[in-house]
Design a protein around this ligand. Structure first.
Ligand code: SAM
Length: 195
């Protein structure tokens, strides 16, 4: 299994496919273990790296993961087969904002288009089990977050601005209690304050 994970890291680096940084991945896996998370919905599969790592935390974990890029989806299917995890990881090909899903999950992991974070959060919060959590990656976005005013490139400035808006949205959200972690590329953990 370690060989497949190493191969995926190499493949992602060679092809320029963004996958979770190791420290962020370790944090996520420990969080899943410590909080006894059993069902996970991921937005942004890429080649299946984080889905596989999360499923490997425990034999009774299931993951549903959504990816809109067909080539990455096909690559993820191959990797999941190599790890013999087809029964526990279900991939969905499509745009997470357009597809209809069913089911309830202990955890939602958002790791897709950064400009759409609020939309993903608002659509998929209804898929959480009581007390569930929403974890979001790239909250620091390579150290740019908090400095959008100083960025010269308009596109980058707008993208970073969207992540800053998302952070404000999380901080002022009364349904969820959010903690921010300066680990990997920055992660937020939002726990549903269900009564
Ligand atoms: N979670 C993966 C990992 O760590 O192994 C990395 C995911 S990568 C950062 C983001 C992925 O989200 C890309 O492959 C991209 O095609 C996909 N994506 C972006 N917006 C999406 C959307 N609206 N619906 C589904 N997938 C999306």
């Amino acid at each position: 299994m370690d060989d497949v994970i190493k191969e995926m890291e190499k493949y992602a680096e060679e092809k320029g496919i963004p996958i979770m940084q190791k420290r962020g991945m370790n944090f996520l896996c420990k969080f899943i273990e410590k909080n006894n998370i059993k069902s996970i919905l991921e937005i942004g599969t890429a080649i299946g790296y984080s889905a596989i790592n999360m499923a490997l935390v425990n034999d009774d974990i299931t993951v549903v993961s959504i990816e809109r890029d067909q080539d990455r989806y096909i690559e993820a299917i191959k990797n999941i087969k190599k790890c013999k995890l087809e029964k526990r990881i279900t991939l969905v090909l499509g745009d997470a904002l357009n597809i209809d899903l069913t089911g309830k999950y202990d955890m939602l992991f958002i790791d897709a288009a950064k400009a759409q974070y609020i939309k993903f959060f608002e659509k998929y919060k209804y898929f959480l089990n009581k007390g569930g959590v929403i974890i979001t990656d790239n909250i620091n976005f390579h150290g740019y977050v908090g400095k959008s005013d100083t960025i010269e490139s308009k596109n980058l400035r707008q993208l970073v601005g969207k992540i800053e808006n998302y952070i404000e949205f999380l901080k002022s959200n009364t349904e969820f209690d959010t903690k921010f972690y300066d680990i990997g590329d920055g992660l937020s953990v939002s726990t549903w304050k269900h009564e």
